[in-house]
Design a protein around this ligand. Structure first.
Ligand SMILES: Nc1nc2c(ncn2[C@@H]2O[C@H](COP(=O)(O)OP(=O)(O)OP(=O)(O)O)[C@@H](O)[C@H]2O)c(=O)[nH]1
Ligand SMILES: [Mg+2]
Length: 503
C-alpha cells in the first residue's frame, strides 16, 4: 500500500527558502554550489527566466529552494517567490554594490514578513568588499548582526564553494526558530509556482505543497483548472507517490493549464472539485496594451505564445515598458502553448505577427501557410527574453516611416551671369559653404529673403563637368528655375534626408 507517513496535525516540515537578488549576483550559481546540480547550465545564456524549485538534504534535514530571476522584468516572480517561502536569501555580489533589484528584493521580503539571511557572494574576487556592502545594506534598513542588527549574514563564494556549509547551518537555525509545522491530516493544499503546456503530456504544473499530503490519483482543483493527478514527480522529474508539505512537485493530469500563483486544494470527488472551479480566466492585466487606439495611431499587433506563465507575464511587462508614443504594441492574444493554426489564422486576419518564447511551431501552421501563397504571417520564436524584446522593438522602429528632413548642403554666391534664356541661366559663382551636387535643388535668396527656387542641370569647374564640388571652389552652373538670378544672390542647396524612425 501507499507509504503514507504517519499523518499528524502538527508535523514538522522543511523550510522553503527563496533566493532573491539583483541580476547576475550569483543566485543560480549559489544553488548550483549548494546542490551538485547544474542549474545555470540548463538556462539560455545563464539567465534565469523562470522559477525553479529544488530540494536539498543537509545532514538528514530537507530544505526546499526556489530560484528567482534577478532581471527587473520579473518582479512578480520575486514577489510570489517571497510569498510562498519561509526564509529569504538576499544574495549580493560582494564585489559590486546594493543594486535596484537588491532593494526591490528587500521590499518583497518585508512585504512577505519572512526572515532573511544576507548572502555576500563572490568573496573569491580580489575586489570583494563584504563590509562595504554591509554598510550599504544598513542604509536601506537591513542591519546585519556584525553591525549590531538582527539579520544574519554569511560570506560565500559560489564559484569556489566556500561558506556553503555555514549558510546551510544558518538556514536550518533560522528555520528551527520558526517552528515550521504543517497539518498533514488535512486535504492537500498548495500553490502553483510554474505551469505550462507540454505538447505531448498536456498541462503541467509545478506546485509547492503547503498542507496535507498530495498523492497520485488525488482529485485537485484550482480556481480555473482541475486534475485527477495522473502522475506526480519530484523536482528532478522522478516519479513519486506522495508529496509532503514544503515539497515541490510536478503534477500532470490537469484539464487546462492552471495559472501561476493559484492555490490548489484536493477534494474527495470529481463533482466536488468541479463545483469549486470558477471556470473563468482570471483577468490578465494588459493595461495599456488593449486600449482603444485612434485611427491614425500606428499599432504593432502581436500574438504571444510562451512556455510558462511566468515568462509570459515578464514579457508582457517588458513590452509594456517599451516607449509607445509613436507605435503602440497591442497584444491580441497571450497564451501558453505551441504556435498553432488558430494563432496563424488570427494573425492573418488581424495583420499581427506571432512571437513565440520557447515554444514550437506546430506542423499544421506550415500547412495552413502553404495552402495559400498569399498568406504572409511573420512568425518568430526566441529562447532569450531580451532578444525577443529587441526584435519587437526593431519591428516597431521599422513600422515608423523614415522621417524626411531638409538639410542645407551647400551655398553658392552668384558672381557672374553669362547667359539667360527662358527659365535657364548660366551662373558663375563661388561655393561658400558645404558642397554642391549636380541635380541638386536650389533655393534662391536675395538679401536673406527667399525669392525663388530651381535646380542645377549641370555643374562645371574650368569648363569640365563635375558631379560634386566643395566649399572654396569656383563653379559654373546651368540653372533652371522660376526666378532670374542676379549678382550677389545666394543659391542654397537643400537635400532631403530620411532619418530612421526612432521610438
Ligand atoms: N568569481 C565568482 N563569480 C561568480 C560567483 N557566483 C557566480 N558567479 C558568476 O556570476 C555570473 C552570474 O551568475 P548567476 O548564478 O547566473 O547569477 P544569477 O543571480 O542567477 O543571475 P540571474 O538569474 O540572471 O538573475 C556567472 O558568470 C557566474 O559564473 C562567485 O562566487 N565568484
Ligand atoms: Mg539565475
Amino acid at each position: 500500500m501507499v507509504k503514507t507517513k504517519e499523518k499528524n496535525e502538527n508535523l514538522k516540515r522543511p523550510p522553503v527558502v527563496v533566493v532573491l537578488g539583483h541580476v547576475d549576483h550569483g543566485k543560480s550559481s549559489l544553488l548550483e554550489a549548494i546542490r551538485d546540480f547544474k542549474i545555470t547550465s540548463k538556462e539560455s545564456g545563464g539567465i534565469t527566466q523562470h522559477i525553479g524549485a529544488y530540494e536539498v538534504d543537509h545532514n538528514g534535514k530537507n530544505v526546499t529552494f526556489i530560484d528567482t530571476p534577478g532581471h527587473e522584468a520579473f518582479s512578480a516572480m520575486r514577489l510570489r517567490g517571497a510569498e510562498v517561502a519561509d526564509i529569504a536569501l538576499l544574495v549580493v555580489d560582494a564585489a559590486q554594490k546594493v543594486q535596484p533589484q537588491t532593494k526591490e528584493a528587500i521590499m518583497a521580503i518585508k512585504k512577505a514578513q519572512i526572515p532573511m539571511i544576507v548572502v555576500l557572494n563572490k568573496i573569491d574576487l580580489p575586489t570583494a568588499n563584504p563590509e562595504k556592502i554591509k554598510g550599504e545594506l544598513s542604509k536601506v534598513d537591513v542591519v546585519v548582526e556584525s553591525m549590531g542588527g538582527q539579520v544574519p549574514s554569511v560570506n560565500v563564494s559560489a564559484k569556489e564553494k566556500k561558506g556553503i556549509n555555514e549558510l546551510l547551518e544558518m538556514i536550518l537555525l533560522v528555520a528551527d526558530l520558526q517552528n515550521l509545522v504543517a497539518d498533514t491530516a488535512s486535504p492537500a493544499e498548495g500553490l502553483v509556482i510554474e505551469s505550462y503546456m507540454d505538447a505531448l503530456k498536456g498541462p503541467i504544473a509545478t506546485v509547492i505543497v503547503e498542507k496535507g499530503v498530495l498523492s497520485k490519483k488525488d482529485i485537485i482543483a484550482t480556481d480555473i483548472a482541475m486534475a485527477k493527478v495522473k502522475s506526480l514527480e519530484n523536482f528532478q522529474g522522478k516519479s513519486i507517490d506522495e508529496a509532503h508539505p514544503s515539497q515541490p512537485a510536478i503534477i500532470m493530469g490537469f484539464d487546462k493549464v492552471p495559472s501561476v500563483g493559484e492555490k490548489f486544494k484536493s477534494y474527495t470527488t470529481t463533482e466536488e472539485a468541479m463545483a469549486k472551479i470558477k471556470r473563468e480566466e482570471p483577468k490578465r492585466e494588459l493595461g495599456a496594451m488593449v486600449l482603444d487606439v485612434e485611427s491614425d495611431q500606428k499599432v504593432l499587433n502581436i500574438i504571444l505564445k510562451g512556455d510558462v506563465f511566468g515568462s509570459m507575464e515578464a514579457i508582457e511587462g517588458m513590452l509594456k515598458n517599451l516607449p509607445q508614443e509613436k507605435v503602440i504594441v497591442r497584444i491580441l492574444k497571450s497564451e501558453v502553448g505551441d504556435i498553432n493554426e488558430s494563432d496563424a489564422k488570427l494573425a492573418e486576419m488581424s495583420k499581427a505577427q506571432i512571437i513565440g518564447f520557447r515554444v514550437k511551431i506546430s506542423p499544421t501552421v506550415s500547412q495552413f501557410m502553404k495552402a495559400d501563397n498569399q498568406k504572409k504571417v511573420r512568425i518568430k520564436t526566441f529562447d532569450v527574453i531580451y532578444e525577443l524584446i529587441q526584435d519587437v522593438r526593431n519591428g516597431m522602429e521599422r513600422s515608423l516611416e523614415a522621417e524626411v528632413t531638409q538639410r542645407e548642403a551647400g551655398k553658392i554666391k552668384a558672381l557672374v551671369l553669362f547667359f539667360a534664356e527662358k527659365n535657364r541661366q548660366i551662373i558663375g559663382g563661388k561655393i561658400t559653404d558645404g558642397e554642391i551636387k549636380k541635380g541638386a535643388k536650389l533655393d534662391v535668396f536675395r538679401d536673406n529673403e527667399k525669392i525663388g527656387a530651381g535646380r542645377i542641370i549641370n555643374l562645371q569647374r574650368d569648363k569640365k563637368d563635375f558631379d560634386i564640388l566643395k566649399k572654396g571652389n569656383e563653379c559654373g552652373i546651368l540653372f533652371e528655375g522660376n526666378v532670374k538670378v542676379e549678382k550677389g544672390d545666394m543659391l542654397v542647396s537643400m537635400v532631403e534626408e530620411r532619418v530612421k524612425g526612432e521610438l
